[in-house]
Structures are given as structure tokens and as C-alpha cells.
Ligand binder design. Structure first.
Ligand code: ADP
Ligand code: MG
Ligand code: MG
Length: 251
């Protein structure tokens, strides 16, 4: 059964058409990968699924967990169980990480925790992610290294336990240690939930330890190819050129 169904989605930012009819479905508990050349619209799709008001949906629909969420604001989508990690996580001076995490789960059914419970859960996660607990008192993101920001993202993911986590190049520009953090985070999410994953990545290394159910290739604002995990190594070898050529010819 599909948890997420994106149907004939077209979307624009300002006056620029970016998504030209995207079809994509992710089943419950499945791990999907979204690949494609730079500028294909992968991040836009992630943001549109999440309800980012920067983008306007011109036609098509996003159905999540049985409800049409196409016109829902992003906070409602988040409460419904959608999660998007950002390519460039925010920095908020004056807000300690622990307060930010606390606010992220506040008022969420099933996630209510007393202060003590929250602190011990966060410490547990910090240990799991190999994160120094002193970071919890530091201002969000400010002066955090790339790897530390990833740990924060993974901590959010593990606290919120969304039904669908979209990870947008959460691995880009990371050193080997930080990549390990992302892998560990994904692995912990996999073990702690029966949620689904949509991983947007160029880095096929982090996919090696995962059991990938489907791969979607996006070119010029459309999904032009879908296949099983074997497509990943094919793309590793051949790149996106043949998909881009086919997309150009069909225009
Ligand atoms: P990808 O993630 O596949 O690299 P993006 O979704 O980031 O692609 O971008 C797809 C295209 O849409 C690019 O040409 C990009 O410049 C454009 N785009 C994305 N977001 C905006 C925006 N907020 N305003 C204007 N153009 C945008
Ligand atoms: Mg890009
Ligand atoms: Mg992108």
C-alpha cells in the first residue's frame, strides 16, 4: 500500500516552472532513492511534498497516508508524519539545541515526554550518534561543523519518528566520519520505526548498507525512470546522460 502518492505534479517558483508532471509513489516501510542531475528538481519535489510555500502547485496532487495534503500547510504535514531534512540546516542564535528539539516534539500525539524522560531520551540518542552532550546547550547550528549539523538532523529524525522521512542530500559534502553519522542515523531510524524513506543523493556509498526497494530518476522536472536497486550501480557507471538525451528528444 502506498504511503505517499505524487500524481502529475506540476509546480513553479516565482515564474519558473520546475516540476512538469511528477509521478512517484512510496510504499509503507519502503526505502526509495531519488537520483538525477543537478537542477532536475529533486529538492523542489521534496519541498513541495513538504508544503514549502516558496513553491506553488499548479496541478496534480500529493496524497499522504490516505489524505490529500496538496493544499495543507507544512506544519500540518509535519504533524501528519512527513519529515524533510535540509541540505543546509538552519542556524538560530539564542536557541539552544535542546530547546529546539523539545519544541519540535511539543504537542505531538504519542511523543509527549516529561522533562526528565526527554533529557534521558536525548542523551540516549546522543550516545547512539556519537554526539557530545554539551552540544545540547549550544545555540542551534551556530558554529556547528557539517558533521555536527548532520547529527542534529538525525536526532530530529529519531525523536520525531516520522512515517516518511525525505533526506535531501543529507550526505553531501561530508567527510567519512559524518557519513558514518548519517548511515547510523538511517539505520537507527530503520530499527526504531516502520517508516518509509525517500533518500535524495548522489552518494551511492551510504546506500550500500541499505536495502533499497526502488530508485526513481528525475530529469527536467519529471521522473523518467524507475527500477530496483540495481539501477544505482548502473548510474554509478553510466551517469545520467542517456536519461537526459531521452528527455530532450521527447521535448
Ligand atoms: P536539484 O535538487 O535536482 O538539483 P532543484 O530542485 O534544486 O534541483 O532545482 C531545480 C531547478 O529549479 C533549478 O533550475 C533551480 O535553479 C530552480 N529553483 C529551485 N528553487 C527555486 C526557487 N525558489 N526560485 C527559483 N528557482 C528555483
Ligand atoms: Mg542541486
Ligand atoms: Mg537538490
Amino acid at each position: 500500500k502506498a504511503l505517499l502518492t505524487v500524481r502529475e505534479l506540476t509546480a513553479a517558483a516565482e515564474d519558473k516552472m520546475i516540476l512538469h508532471g511528477v509521478d512517484l509513489a512510496v510504499g509503507s516501510g519502503e526505502t526509495h532513492v531519488l537520483m538525477g542531475p543537478n537542477g532536475a528538481g529533486k529538492s523542489t519535489l521534496g519541498h513541495v511534498i513538504m508544503g514549502d510555500p516558496v513553491y506553488s502547485v499548479l496541478s496534480g496532487s500529493v496524497v499522504f497516508d490516505g489524505s490529500d495534503v496538496t493544499d495543507l500547510p507544512s506544519d500540518k504535514r509535519s504533524r501528519a508524519g512527513l519529515f524533510l531534512s535540509f541540505q543546509a540546516p538552519v542556524e538560530i542564535p539564542g536557541v539552544p539545541l535542546s530547546s529546539f528539539l523539545r519544541a519540535a516534539i511539543a504537542g505531538r500525539p504519542g511523543l509527549e515526554m516529561r522533562g526528565k524522560q526527554f533529557r534521558s531520551r536525548v542523551r540516549e540518542l546522543a550516545a547512539e550518534l556519537d554526539m557530545d552532550v554539551s552540544y545540547l546547550n549550544r545555540d542551534l547550528g551556530v558554529g556547528f561543523s557539517g558533521g555536527e549539523k548532520k547529527k542534529v538532523e538525525m536526532m530530529q529524525l529519531l525523536l520525531l519518528k516520522p512515517k516518511l522521512a525525505i533526506l535531501d542530500e543529507t550526505d553531501s559534502g561530508l567527510d567519512v566520519d559524518a557519513l558514518g553519522v548519517v548511515s547510523r542515523g538511517i539505520d537507527a531510524y530503520r530499527r526504531a520505526t516502520d517508516g518509509s524513506l525517500l533518500i535524495i543523493t548522489h552518494n551511492t556509498r551510504i546506500l550500500e548498507q541499505l536495502s533499497v526497494d526502488a530508485v526513481h530518476v528525475m530529469v527536467d522536472g519529471r521522473v523518467v525512470r524507475e527500477d530496483d536497486a540495481s539501477l544505482i550501480s548502473w548510474i554509478d557507471e553510466h551517469g545520467f546522460e542517456s536519461f537526459e538525451r531521452t528527455a530532450r528528444e521527447s521535448d
